[in-house]
Design a binder for this molecule. Structure first.
Ligand code: GLU
Length: 418
């Protein structure tokens, strides 16, 4: 599977191999469970506002098809690559299986920097990309959702392009849509609120009171900002945040309402005057109760892992911690990790609810959505913690082994065709 060569793919494979050994997966099953089933690469030609035509690379990887359609986000970021998307698709599989959702994992994206594109250019990228992958997606095939660099509007354009092709509205083709188009109440906040809910469960487990605890959030975006607000509502103090442009630190706590007004105006946290500047590297090393990496993968590595000063590491991002860092962190007895596939699962869980609501054209109240979300997260948290304690394994190994075992079982029961 050399086509996926990428540091993030190597990392996902390394994690898988550890779990496969732990589960004693038969040799004949390993590669079948590990490698993505399908991948599509497309050239996305787009006329820019200047009249120039640029061709962007677009990808969609579907990891396994054994339990239902595939599910996962679409990322718009300049570094998007096939191997990265493949790794993210693998993680989606373990995440869905851990939460008990009837999906395989998928991920996709376009290698473009949406911050440098106009709104019209982003719309043309989205629509042309969607057009190119139409045979590959669908409510019973593969259901995209937002990820880094995409949002409700991106999903609305994808849904519109797909629906125009078929001549009727197909809301179930994407999740994370605006509520007026068949989106679910609570979906926008679901990942961040799920992160905050699990932070609460972790603090409870450690006997630390949420009230007055401190949090640091790397990535004040779709996930990090919502998690930060919820943690403040839960009585915690957010002392540092950052985004791609820079970071802020105020030991007394940052006023998030004022910060949001600044972000609405400047599209970055940078320049907010009620906190001092801090670099993204230093931010991760601040002393705090809860550290939430909610940006990109591979930010906690062997070079900074030993210097973390948090009690809880709540992985809002996918793949923020490398296996080498994990090996170091597993020696820190008083560090509690909420691994990514558990910590950020709130997003795909409410995506599942959205898809179910679209298929039955019957919509739920926000209270119903949140109640069902927290129940699923709580079950996954308890199952993971119980396994980790029984087998004396790190939380990541426990969470991944629950997910991977379910996928392996599904494949075993279906059998190998022909
Ligand atoms: N992109 C999100 C994730 O990584 C959400 C995926 C979805 O809702 O399908 O989990």
């Amino acid at each position: 599977m050399d086509i996926y060569r990428h540091p993030t793919f190597d990392m996902a494979c390394e994690q898988f191999d550890l779990v496969a050994d732990f589960l004693e997966l038969p040799t004949n099953d390993r590669d079948r469970v590990k490698y993505p089933k399908r991948a599509l690469t497309v050239a996305v030609p787009v006329r820019m506002d200047s009249g120039e035509v640029r061709v962007f690379a677009g990808y969609r990887v579907q990891h396994h098809l054994s339990m239902g359609p595939t599910k996962g986000g679409m990322r718009f970021h300049q570094d998007v690559a096939l191997g990265e998307v493949a790794a993210l698709a693998m993680w989606m599989s373990w995440k869905c299986a851990l939460a008990g959702l009837p999906y395989g994992g998928a991920k996709g994206g376009v290698a473009c920097d949406p911050r440098t594109l106009s709104r019209n250019e982003v719309e043309r990228v989205t629509r042309r990309f969607t057009q190119e992958i139409i045979p590959f997606i669908g409510p019973q095939i593969d259901i995209p959702a937002p990820d880094v660099g995409t949002n409700e509007q991106t999903m609305a354009w994808m849904m519109d392009t797909y629906s125009n092709h078929f001549g009727h509205a197909v809301p179930g083709v994407v999740t994370g849509k605006p509520v007026d188009l068949g989106g679910s109440l609570g979906r926008r906040e679901s990942t961040g609120r799920g992160v905050a809910f699990l932070v609460g469960r972790a603090l409870q487990t450690l006997g630390i009171k949420a009230e007055g605890s401190t949090a640091v959030v790397q990535g004040y975006g779709n996930v990090g900002a919502v998690a930060a607000h919820q943690m403040v509502r839960d009585g915690m103090k957010v002392i540092a945040v950052s985004d791609a442009e820079g970071g802020l630190h105020n030991a007394g706590g940052i006023d998030l309402i004022k910060l949001d007004a600044h972000v609405a105006k400047h599209r970055t946290v940078k320049g907010f005057t009620e906190a001092g500047p801090i670099g993204n590297d230093d931010l991760l090393l601040l002393k705090c109760d809860v550290l939430v990496p909610a940006a990109l993968e591979r930010v906690i590595t062997e070079s900074n892992a030993a210097k973390l000063q948090c009690r809880v590491l709540a992985e809002g991002a996918n793949g923020p911690t490398t296996p080498a860092a994990d090996a170091i962190l597993s020696q820190c007895e008083d560090l509690f990790i909420i691994p990514d596939i558990l910590c950020n699962a709130g997003g795909v869980i409410v995506s599942y609810f959205e898809w179910v609501q679209d298929l039955q054209s019957f919509f739920w109240s926000e209270a119903e959505v949140m109640d069902k979300l927290y129940r699923i997260l709580d079950t996954a948290f308890v199952e993971t913690l119980t396994l980790a304690r029984q087998k004396h394994t790190p939380m990541r190994l426990a969470a991944m082994s629950l997910g991977i075992r379910r996928v392996a079982e599904a494949k075993r029961k279906r059998g190998l065709f022909p």
